[in-house]
Each structure stands twice: as C-alpha cells, then as structure tokens.
Design a protein around this ligand. Structure first.
Ligand code: ADP
Ligand code: ARG
Length: 368
C-alpha cells in the first residue's frame, strides 16, 4: 500500500474508532516531516492498531529508541493512555520508605486486611538494549537472544539461591520441551500462552517465528521465573502463595539486581521514559503486581463486569484467572492489579495493590 492509501485508511479508521489511541494520536502533518525510512518505521509501530482497529492502545514500539525517535507521536499516545502530561517523565524507585500512608514498618500483610493467603505475583518487562524489540526481530535474532539468555541462566542455575532449569520452545534444542510439558507450565502460570493465537501480537510482528527463540527459566523453588521472547524480550517475575506482598516485591528487586549484573545483559531505557517496553501501556516501570482473589459476590453473575466497574475507580484492573483476555475462574477468582505503570514508582505500585485490595474487599463484603 502507498503512504497516501495508508494515510487515507488511518483517517477513515480514526473516524470510526474513537477509542483507538494510536489512530487518534497519529498526526499526518508530523508524519509528512519524516524521511521515507522513518515513515515506514512509524507505520510499522501502528500496524497492529490498524489491523485491529478495536485496539485500545493500538501500537507497539519496534526499536528501543522508537519512543525517543518518534516522541511527537509517542508522547501524545502515552499522555492519552496514562492520563499524564505529554512532557511527563518516569522516576523509578523501589524504596517503600518514600511512600506515604503505609502500615508500620512498611509490611504489606494481606492478613491485616482480613484476607486469606493468596497467590501473589510481581512481574517486570525488560528488553535488551542491543536487539530490536520483538516486533522487528528476525528469527536469527530471536534465537541469538535466547542463546544469550541461556548463558545468563547458567549463572543463576549455579547459584543455590536460584538453581532451576531452562525450558525452551525452540524446536530441536537440548532444552526443548514437549507439548504436554509446555501446557503443564502454562497451567501452572509459569509459562506464557501461544503468542500466535493473539491477533494483536501477530499483526504487530511480535508473534513472528513462534515458537523459535521462546522459553522460560524457572528457579528450583518455582517462585522466580524469567520468560524469554514474549511481548518483551524478558518478563521477570516472582510468584508465591502467601499474605506478605513484600516477599515477592523484595525478592524480585534482589533477583533483578543479580540478573542485570550478568555479563551481556544491558536493559533498554529511555532517559525520560524509564524502562522501554514493546507496548506503551507498560512503559516506565513495566511492572504489574497482582493477586488472584476470589470475589464470589462481585462475580455472582458469572462475569467480571461488576468487579471491573468497582475496580476501575480504585485504579485497579481485573483480568481473568489465566491472565489478560481470559475468563474469570470457576469460583469467581480474578486477577487484580494496579493499572498504572508509568509516572509511578515501583514502590507506589505495590502499595497501590495493598491499599486497593483493602477497598475492594470492603466492596465485596458489602455486596449483596
Ligand atoms: P502479564 O502479567 O505478564 O501482563 P498475563 O496477564 O497474561 O501477563 O498473565 C500471565 C500469567 O501470569 C497468566 O498465567 C496469569 O494467570 C498468571 N498470573 C498473573 N497474576 C498471577 C498471580 N497473582 N498468581 C498466579 N498467577 C498469576
Ligand atoms: N495491543 C492491544 C491494544 O492495543 C493490547 C494492549 C495492552 N496489552 C498488552 N498486553 N500490552 O489494545
């Protein structure tokens, strides 16, 4: 398609889909100022939003420098999604000492809210600075990234604090797992779902060459996990059944410091935007802190509609029991996490989960 035809299509779709942020933020005048190669790059970022016009965000960065190189577009899209100013800057800070209004000693114990032990998880997205982002990788680059990570996992496996194994989906390697093992890991929430079934990731190019270069590292206690080759190069997470949110949060910070100190792993950052991620929704902290919590009253109709309506003003997102775009669990279990990732610190995110759950529990208790 010519640039003229693509611009006409964007204008037409923008008129039909007012909730697609990327289509709304696309400015043909700014586009016309770009050299031809950059025009192609910017349109590549918008491809998933054009092919899936019902998208909310509607774009993925393709190179770590895209947010800075195409700032006139991305700053507007970030402002619209994260409801911040278009000159907003990210500050990263894991110290709970800088967060107001926390329980004594900063211990975020869910049992103090009257909640039982829950499955707690904190993940961050990270991308290596010296590869294109997943939307623009060749198959060779995907496999090279996995090989780089396998060397890093050797360091973790040799450390008694981590140990564990690497499971690869790349066909024909010594670490390749069979379909059943893959499904068991997905069901245990340790491994990510088939990316080739996600139309946003397919259109954006992030699912290309599936399952080459994909896999996951799992520590020997199965509580520290690193995904390789999903929406971001790496998704690094801690997961545990319990009540003290600090346990997963603190362990993740410690482990991240270890991982980022391993030779060959330099994470992509932007001076103003913090940690670079494929999707602008994750930019900044790239952190999602969640619990799996049964809300039987708020989900009594078998859907998450009521829970979503109540969670939204509390700054919380509701996902299904299998993650994004999945249904709620049979007993009304949902995945609750603070929605904010950008222009918020990591410490504020974990505190927002604790404070939000206190309010959500009150709503669940008083629901009829
Ligand atoms: P992401 O969290 O990386 O944005 P998803 O929402 O798709 O991606 O979730 C990925 C996986 O993590 C899914 O299997 C989901 O059920 C699981 N998960 C998320 N939060 C929790 C939790 N608190 N406890 C257990 N599993 C969780
Ligand atoms: N690309 C989709 C959209 O624009 C999903 C965005 C949020 N989810 C994500 N996994 N990044 O609506």
């Amino acid at each position: 398609m010519t640039f003229t035809a693509t611009l006409a299509k964007i204008a037409d779709l923008a008129a039909q889909y007012p909730n697609n942020i990327s289509l709304q933020c696309f400015d043909p005048i700014y586009f016309s100022t770009l050299p031809e190669a950059d025009k192609k790059r910017l349109l590549q970022c918008l491809k998933s939003g054009i092919e899936n016009p019902q998208s909310e965000m509607g774009c993925y960065a393709c190179q770590p420098s895209d947010y800075d190189d195409f700032r006139p577009f991305f700053s507007k899209a970030l402002a619209a999604y994260h409801k911040v100013s278009d000159t907003a800057k990210q500050v990263n800070d894991w110290s709970l000492a800088h967060v107001q209004g926390l329980p004594k000693g900063g211990v975020l114990d869910l049992s103090d809210l009257g909640l039982p032990a829950l499955s707690m998880r904190v993940r961050v997205g990270r991308n290596l600075a010296d590869f294109p982002l997943p939307a623009a990788m060749t198959q060779t680059q995907r496999v090279a990234l996995e090989t780089r990570m396998m060397a890093a996992f050797e360091v973790l496996m040799a450390d008694p604090a981590y140990g564990g194994s690497y499971y690869s989906l790349t066909p024909g390697t010594p670490n390749t797992i069979d379909t059943q093992t893959y499904q068991d890991l997905v069901d245990a929430h340790l491994m990510f779902k088939d990316m080739s079934a996600d139309s946003y990731l397919v259109s954006g190019g992030l699912a290309a060459h599936w399952p080459h270069g994909r896999g996951c590292y799992v520590s020997s206690d199965r509580r520290f996990i690193i995904w390789v080759g999903e929406e971001d190069h790496l998704r690094i997470m801690c997961m545990e059944h319990g009540t003290v949110l600090n346990q997963v949060f603190d362990r993740l910070k410690t482990a991240l410091d270890v991982v980022s100190g391993i030779d060959g792993l330099s994470f992509a950052t932007s001076q103003d935007y913090g940690f670079v991620t494929s999707c602008p929704t994750n930019l900044g902290t790239a952190m999602r802190a969640s619990v799996h919590i049964p809300l039987p009253k708020l989900t009594a109709d078998g859907t998450d509609s009521k829970a979503k309506a109540i969670a939204k003003p509390l700054g919380l997102s509701v996902r299904g029991a299998g993650g994004e775009h999945t249904p709620i669990g049979a007993d009304g279990t949902v995945d609750i996490s603070p929605s904010a990732r950008f222009c918020i610190t990591e410490a504020q995110i974990i505190a927002a989960l604790y404070k939000g759950l206190a309010k959500l529990k009150a709503q669940e208790d008083s629901a009829v």
